[in-house]
Design a binder for this molecule. Sequence first.
Ligand SMILES: O=C(O)COP(=O)(O)O
Length: 237
Amino acid sequence: MARVAVFVDVDWTLTDRERRISSRVVEALERLQREGYFVVLASATAYPIVYGLSRYLPTSGVAVGENGGVVGDGRRLEILGRIDKELVLRVARERLSCCLEDSWQNLFRFVDVTFALRKGVDPGYAVGEARHVFGAMGLEVKYSGVALHVHPPGVNKGVGLRKALEMLGGGFDYVVAVGDSEVDVDMFRVADFSACPAHAPEEVKKEASYVAKAPYSDGFLEIVDVVLRGAGKPAKE
Ligand SMILES: O=C(O)COP(=O)(O)O
């Protein structure tokens, strides 16, 4: 049987618009697991959140957090980059308080510093301002649709995906990636088959092998059906 890994973004892919996880989603993850797929949650959120979730949901137990910057399985923890978190937080307070609010998650983060957007601030404007300030410090800024993220170049879900495959023992025949935002595109580029729910921005849809008809977790359920029917499998299968 082919060894297949399925990487799944959390916010607005596994969840609905209100960020709830339905029992239908849990059943879909169970189906994947029953069929022998290795499910890995890959999120921009802090590792304790995504690892905790991966323990309560049917998954392989390896989790990718902080946009690929942190990968672990409960015993092992890989941190794939370095950042001066206090400096980033200070600069944000001093220069970007118009747009950004510190997140409680930063207490638990190692390499990707995250901010909520202030109420009413246009995401495009906030990202532009943050790129101006943090770009000059050699850092990257990405927006997940839910939060803004600042990290060193080289931290991304594609790199996290590769590290997770290694932690699972390698030897995969093909890899599927599912996600809805800019932060997921790097794992789309590494995967053999990628898919996004219908609400994903155009730039993300352009990079995906498959775009679901439904948004949010309903789109994810549709994508699971497509994957279980063999989407992305190499021709030799
Ligand atoms: O916290 C966020 O930015 C959301 O993260 P995710 O969509 O990668 O799960």
